[in-house]
Design a protein around this ligand. Sequence first.
Ligand code: SF4
Length: 851
Amino acid sequence: MTKGKGAMGFRKNGELNRRDFIKGTAAAVVLGAAWQPSLRALAVTGKTVSATTGEWIAGTCQGCTSWCSKQVFVVNGRAVKVRGNPHSKVNGPASCPRPHLALQQVYDPDRIKVPMKRSNPKKGRNEDPGFVPTTWDEALDTIADKIMDLRKNNETHKYLLMRGRYTYMRDILYDRMTKIIGSPNSISHSAICAEAEKFGPYYTEGYWDYRQYDVKNTRYLILWGADPVSSNRQVSYYSSVWGDVIDRAKITVVDPRLSATAAKADEWLPLKPGTDGALAAAIAHYLLVNGLWNREFVGDFKDGVNRFQPGATVNEEEFEERYTHGVVKWWNIELKDRTPEWAAAVTGLPWDQIKQVAGEYGESAPHCISWVGGGPVMQVRGGYTSMICHALNGLTGAVDNLGGTLESNKTYTRDFPEPDDFLDDTAKAGKKHEKIDQRGRLEFPCINKSPGKAVVTNNVADSLLNKDPYEIKVAIAYMNNFAFSCPQPERWEKALAMIPFLVHITTHASEFSWFADIVLPDTHHLFEKWGYVKSIGNGYRHVPLMQPVIKPMWQAKIDETEVPWLLSEKLAERGFDNPLRHFKEYKDPETGKEPTNEKEFALYAVKYATQELWDPSQYKGGDRFGGWEEFRKAGVWNSDPYSYRKSWGKMKTKTGKFEFYSDTLKAVLEEHAAKHGTTVDRVLEVCNYQARGEKAFVPHFEEPFTKGDPERFPFILVDHKSRLNREGRSANCLWYHEFKDVDPGDLRWSDVAKINPLDANTMHIGDGDRIRLVSPTGSLECTAKLWEGVRPGTIAKCYGQGHWAFGRLASQVFGKEPRGGNNNDLIPAEYERLSGSSVRHGFARIRVEKL
Ligand code: SF4
């Protein structure tokens, strides 16, 4: 479907043009009608007000993984407004709508206020935990006793640390403390987020991370399931510049759902879920056949005559590559038959539109972007989709290039001291056990750079249920909610009920806390904690600082610093002082003093890690500061600007080149196969991939893999994120529900399943009908919304509601009845096994029942 410029309600001759509209929707409309007048008044007169009653203090938002640097306006110790930090060269003064909701989070009366302990020993969804207040002292005594029991019994491997939203202080609790106790089990949430996104860039370009996109200099963008004005990294930055991008570049969005970005794009390609790889293959085919590849990056036929003809193999000897490796092999193995007509039949898109997009995209090279979001890749066979979509950036020479896809700028933060000297024999023995998530087994290659390195977060539930490789006796988790945020979460409910002693450190009680023995009140990242993060965008890397801009509410303490310090003191009282002695090494870089309490530790640790950014005697690059206090006030360090093409010819792949034939992937797949005494073909078979032989080493299309009988479950669920989602934690914010209709197709104070009217008519379902969505593994109830912005045969529903134990607003009846439905109840637990990622998209088949 092609959408002309000026569509979607723009006033063509009036004051409001496309750019204004996008900027408005991105930053202001969300809170506009009700709140803007007062907020604007504060902004305009901010200088005067700050001189008398308040001040702007720098902090960091972690409402999503953009990790923007912010400023908080604090009046009489109370945070009243949030805006972008103008000192940041990544997001600057820009802001997405979500930080405003953070104010409702920090002052939420439903926060955990004091430590709580369980009084009901029985655990289960229908068992009220009977939490009663306790003291920090008593809670930490109990936790320390449980850890000491493990150490006395040489069972330290039965200690588990689970991490949710983290800062870069993470290694203190997650890595150092876990190792010193003696466990291999530090489990992050990463694999339920978007790890497969990194798979393609790594096995072509040698870069394992999220990318930044040079949108200011680009001429064409293809967005694969990415919705940058809503949810796909650097939302504040992209929202602020998107109006200009629309004016200058052509934008194509590939997504079965009309996202906020698609609504303002030039082309919307609502393909069949899971067929992105076919479309990417056809685009690559078209670029080669029509001579649209970038010769400066890829090279050319020695005699300059293009031999890429549909269906014909090409002699590798006749092509001379420059900064890439294996383009002819790729053509011969995968691309030669992938015509636009073939892709049209697979994707359900018109062949002429595919050709048009491919042609315009290729003509924009190298200033064009193939932007891979989570949708196409967090699928069972998404690893190769990640590769083939990213490989387009190689063909067009857009990699590390002006107007293309960029890697990270250099930064100079430093690691915390190594813990090795504090690991005793008990710890060393405990650490040798297999990790609880089973990574590295034949069916879980989890090849983050090398086999068995990536986490398989959601599989921990099954490991716990089956006690395979062993049971867990003591677990600590922070700022996570796996009993809500993981696909098929009822497995987590059962698994958590089996852990004899579970501690949850969190700002809000949640479905996860429901199963805890002790719940500890956590600080809010934007307002109450010390820490720092790193992220990229706009051609810069910035390091935003977190600091307590207000006094922590009630008895909240910082999860990654204060809590481990206090716990280490309790362990030392019991004769195990290794963690405390290790933490005392985190000395204040300014005074050389070692910390003596949890507050000093939290501050010294962040000063230690960031010293090379703010200490003039250690200066290495980027912003210059006169010292800690100057850095603290600015609240962010910015790198030097991006240098294009630095990686050309020295990429971190086996060949040093951009690999269309991935020697890098071949080496790790062969390593994993050899470890299990089998073949790469067998590895791919147990991982549900179709490729065999040489195809395993090139970016290629794999047919979608779905769960459920198509006769009984005729629709595919399209799960998506909201512009207001602060991860899964917005549902107790009033503004989330009040402004929910900022998401195209959604409604205020409702949780809707968006159904194409063609499908709804065949089921006699009308707007507003109550319906039940049923998958092979679960069901939820919500409201039907007839909407043409979703491809027939798919049903789109926003993630974020369906909490049954999060707060009085998030749940209809706390602990009993959810408000709306949790998409994860519909999604069976399955994995993109090469990366360990949980599958969320293009997988769950569902049916609709009218209630
Ligand atoms: S929610 Fe995300 S994009 Fe918005 S300000 Fe926070 S970190 Fe930035």
